[in-house]
Design a protein around this ligand. Structure first.
Ligand code: MG
Length: 290
C-alpha cells in the first residue's frame, strides 16, 4: 500500500511528536508499504526533515518527503518543460527545490532591489525603463510562504505575471499554524499577487491533485491507489477525493470529531482514527482486504 502521510497534526503537533504514530508507520514500512510524507509547508528543504523524522523513529528519506515546494519543482520538471526561468517568492527551501530539478531561479528580493534602483535612476534622468527586463523576463512566477515578503517582491511578481509569466502557487493555505496561534500562510501572499495581476494561479498543494500525483509518482504508484492520512478535512480529505484515493482523518490535529460528523459529503473521510492504535487497526484492515 502507498501511504501519503501529512506531517503537522499527524506525526507531530508543533514541536511535540504525536505518541505512537512514527512506530505505526515504521511497522507498515517493515511490512512493505511505501510511506511518502506530503506537507503543504513550503518553507523547508526536503532533507531538513529527515533527521527530525528519523529521531522520532519514523521511516524517512529525503526523496520520500514532498513539501508543496518539492511538488511544485517536480510538477514543473515533469509537466511544464517550457518553464526554465523562475521568479521565486518564498523561503530558501523553495529556491533549493527549484534549483534541484535544474531550473534557473531569480530571487524576488534581488529583483525588487534592482527595480527600485532603476526606477529611481530613470526618474532622475527622465527616461523610460523596461520593467519586465529588470525583473528578468521569467517564464513563471512561483509563490510560497515568504516571511520576508515586501511590497517590492509583490511588485516584481505582479509585473512578471502581467507580462505573461505563468503564475504558480505552492499552496493556498490562508494561515500557518504556530505553537500558540496562527500567522498568515502562503495563500495570503498568493492572493495579494492574484488581486494585483488579475490572474488566478495554478495551485500545487493540497487539496489540489498535483502534490498527490507527484508524491505517488515517486514510487511509481497510481495516485488513486493511495491512502491519505491527515488531520485536515479540506486539505487532506479534500486532496484524497481529488485523486480518487481513500482517506483516514486523524483526530490528533486541527479537526474535532464534531467537525468530521458535520462535514459535507465531499469531505467525509473513509475512516477516522483518534490515535495511533486506531490508525494501526484501520491500516491492518486495509492490508488484509488487498
Ligand atoms: Mg496537517
Amino acid at each position: 500500500m502507498l501511504l501519503l502521510v501529512d506531517l503537522d497534526g499527524v506525526l507531530y503537533r508543533g514541536r511535540d511528536p504525536v505518541p505512537g504514530i512514527a512506530a505505526v508507520l515504521a511497522e507498515r514500512a517493515a511490512k512493505g508499504d511505501d510511506v511518502v510524507y506530503v506537507t503543504n509547508n513550503s518553507m523547508h528543504y526536503r532533507a531538513d526533515y529527515v533527521e527530525r523524522l528519523q529521531g522520532m523513529g519514523a521511516p524517512a528519506a529525503a526523496d520520500r518527503i514532498v513539501s508543496s515546494s518539492r511538488a511544485t519543482a517536480l510538477h514543473i520538471a515533469h509537466h511544464e518543460p517550457g518553464l526554465r526561468r523562475i521568479l521565486a517568492v518564498g523561503a530558501s527551501g523553495l529556491r533549493r527545490e527549484l534549483v534541484d530539478v535544474g531550473l534557473e531561479v531569480l530571487d524576488a528580493g534581488e529583483r525588487a532591489d534592482a527595480l527600485a534602483a532603476e526606477t529611481a535612476a530613470a526618474s532622475a534622468a527622465d527616461r523610460q525603463i523596461d520593467e519586465l527586463e529588470i525583473v528578468g523576463r521569467p517564464d513563471a512566477v512561483v509563490v510560497g510562504l515568504d516571511q520576508d515578503v515586501t511590497y517590492g517582491k509583490l511588485a516584481v511578481a505582479m509585473i512578471a505575471v502581467r507580462g505573461g509569466a505563468r503564475f504558480i502557487a505552492t499552496n493556498r493555505d490562508p494561515a500557518l499554524p504556530t505553537e500558540h496561534s496562527y500567522r498568515p500562510g502562503a495563500g495570503s501572499i498568493v492572493v495579494a499577487i492574484e488581486t494585483a495581476s488579475g490572474v488566478t494561479p495554478l495551485s500545487i498543494g493540497k487539496p489540489a491533485p498535483a502534490i498527490m500525483e507527484e508524491a505517488a509518482s515517486l514510487v511509481g504508484a497510481d495516485p488513486a491507489d493511495a491512502i491519505v492520512i491527515g488531520d485536515g478535512l479540506k486539505t487532506d480529505v479534500g486532496g484524497a477525493r481529488a485523486i480518487g484515493a481513500r482517506s483516514i482523518l486523524m483526530l490528533t490535529g486541527v479537526t474535532s470529531r464534531a467537525q468530521v460528523d458535520g462535514a459535507p459529503p465531499g469531505l467525509r473521510p473513509d475512516d477516522v482514527a483518534a490515535d495511533a492504535a486506531e490508525l494501526a487497526a484501520i491500516l491492518e484492515r486495509y492490508a488484509a482486504a488487498t
